[in-house]
Design a protein around this ligand. Structure first.
Ligand code: FES
Length: 144
């Protein structure tokens, strides 16, 4: 057990040395809001230039995102970013949530290594697309 703990401590130290903050490591290792929202009314799946995909599922009620969840097949930084973007989106109005961008995700994570900054963009873009699907469905319903 002591061996396992010291290997884990070494791993964490290596990640910190690569430029991962404590917050980013914590979100990557213990992600919040993984999965798909029951009764979702907004959903998007977006594949970034790196080839990894992020899905975001939201439930909107009274103009606010009341639930947000994610799934990704990407790297640890994308897991941390999906976790953070869904935490940030919950409770916000659609307009506020649409304002969540790569910079805000990176700031809240305490930064990511430069080569992983695009992972935060993947999460923010997937959120924007999920919001768009909700808005389009409302507009479509108005036309029916
Ligand atoms: S999401 Fe593709 S490298 Fe992180």
């Amino acid at each position: 057990m002591d061996d396992e703990l010291s290997r884990f401590a070494e791993y964490i130290q290596e990640e910190i040395n690569k430029g991962f903050s404590h917050v980013a490591i914590e979100h990557a290792m213990n992600p919040r809001n993984v999965g798909r929202v029951d009764g979702e009314n907004g959903f998007a799946s977006y594949t970034g230039t790196c080839g990894d995909t992020m899905t975001i599922s939201i439930r909107v009620s009274g103009g606010r995102i009341v639930e947000a969840m994610f799934y990704t097949d990407g790297c640890g930084a994308s897991i941390a970013s999906g976790s953070m973007v869904t935490e940030l989106a919950r409770g916000r109005t659609l307009e506020e949530a649409a304002g969540i961008d790569q910079t805000e995700v990176l700031d809240e994570l305490g930064g990511l290594p430069e080569e992983n900054e695009h992972c935060a963009l993947l999460a923010a873009t997937a959120l924007h697309m999920a919001i768009e699907t909700f808005v389009k469905s409302i507009e479509r319903d108005k036309l029916l």
